[in-house]
Design a protein around this ligand. Structure first.
Ligand code: PEP
Ligand code: MN
Length: 340
């Protein structure tokens, strides 16, 4: 099985082209990474039938590698450089720390607009807000639905901020992409394979949240489902996992997952310290820790009046707290060589 062809450092352009031609001739596509030293050619598709030997004999080929992991497109071996996702004029995953912020749920035009304007003024780049809300209790507020999407659209137009919102089912996707710049798949739906395939087929970046009890391998395989359908713009988001101690925190924020993912995959990695801890007083320290661990971005819940929020008020930051957070993280962002 051949997945990656590493050309020798002395390989000529013609030798590289020859390898690419051979791969395409076999009916596969390629992923070309041109490094300063070497060119790496990834073979896209089910490569089980391709023998290493067929490539090892070609001039200019240094090494032929098989990826034995079940996720391939997501792996760092396959795509050594960091994936950068463009959303309007924002570059996610480069040397930038991108802050997504906004209320848990869209509740009214006034609530969302006020929050968006404040978040933008503080340096937040993308507005969040749920229209279709997955709730633990079926009696809890489940979002404004289509009305929520309309509000997101209006606020996006008025502020110029790109928006992210959750899709709960494949049927939500077509109407949501008319508004959303990024589609969010929540923790409860990480394993919803039909939904993963559906968002993989549309040309919109996807932020995939880690399920409560998913291993890192399962998380990467779910990203692979989206990538395999042709959508290469996937952001991973650690949002806390289930553990035994729920006395002080809602979830256990697994920051080691961030460091592992940065090694294992080229996809941008975000952290949601709001759901990760369930406590607004822990959002700032965990945001700092996330940046130190290598996160490419943060997703934070902010509300004009958290005590009146229809969902997740206890973990939502007040405006003052959000402004303070943005100031406090700035020096750290610089220390890790990034900008906001
Ligand atoms: C959310 O971000 O609105 C949300 C529901 O989060 P999670 O899917 O991580 O619980
Ligand atoms: Mn929430």
């Amino acid at each position: 099985m051949a997945d990656i062809i590493i050309m020798s450092s002395s390989a000529t352009k013609q030798q590289i082209d020859n390898v690419v031609k051979k791969i395409k001739g076999l009916g596969f596509n390629v992923n070309l990474s041109k490094g300063a030293e070497k060119t790496i050619i990834g073979i896209i598709g089910d490569t089980r039938g391709i023998s290493d030997e067929a490539f090892k004999i070609l001039p200019g080929v240094g090494e032929v590698i098989s990826i034995l992991k079940d996720y391939k497109l997501a792996s760092r071996e396959f795509h050594p450089s960091d994936t950068v996702i463009k959303v309007k004029n924002i570059e996610i995953g480069s040397n930038t720390l991108t802050v997504i912020a906004g209320p848990c749920s869209v509740e009214s035009k006034r609530q969302l607009l006020k929050t968006a304007e404040f978040v933008k003024r503080c340096g937040g780049k993308i507005l969040r807000g749920g229209a279709f809300k997955p709730r633990t209790s079926p009696y809890s507020f489940s979002g404004l639905g289509l009305e929520g999407l309309m509000i997101l659209k209006e606020v996006k137009e008025e502020t110029g901020m790109p928006v992210i919102t959750e899709v709960l089912s494949p049927e939500d996707v077509d109407r949501t992409i008319e508004v959303a710049d990024i589609l969010q798949i929540g923790a409860r739906n990480m394993f919803n394979y039909r939904l993963l395939q559906k968002v993989g087929q549309v040309g919109r970046p996807v932020l995939l949240k880690r399920a409560f009890s998913a291993t890192i391998g399962e998380f990467l395989n779910c990203a692979e489902y989206i990538l395999k359908e042709g959508n290469r713009n996937v952001i991973l988001c650690e949002r806390g996992i289930r553990s035994f101690d729920t006395a002080f925190t809602r979830n256990t924020l697994d920051l080691s997952a961030v460091a592992v993912l940065k090694k294992e995959t080229h996809l941008p990695v975000f952290v949601d310290p709001s759901h990760g801890t369930g406590r607004r007083d822990l959002v700032l320290p965990m945001s700092k820790a996330s940046i130190a661990a290598g996160a490419d971005g943060l997703m934070i819940e902010v509300h004009p009046k958290p005590e009146e929020a229809l969902s997740d008020g206890f973990q939502s930051l007040t405006f003052d707290m959000f402004a303070h957070l943005m100031e406090e993280i700035m020096p750290l962002v610089k220390v890790v060589g990034k900008k906001i």
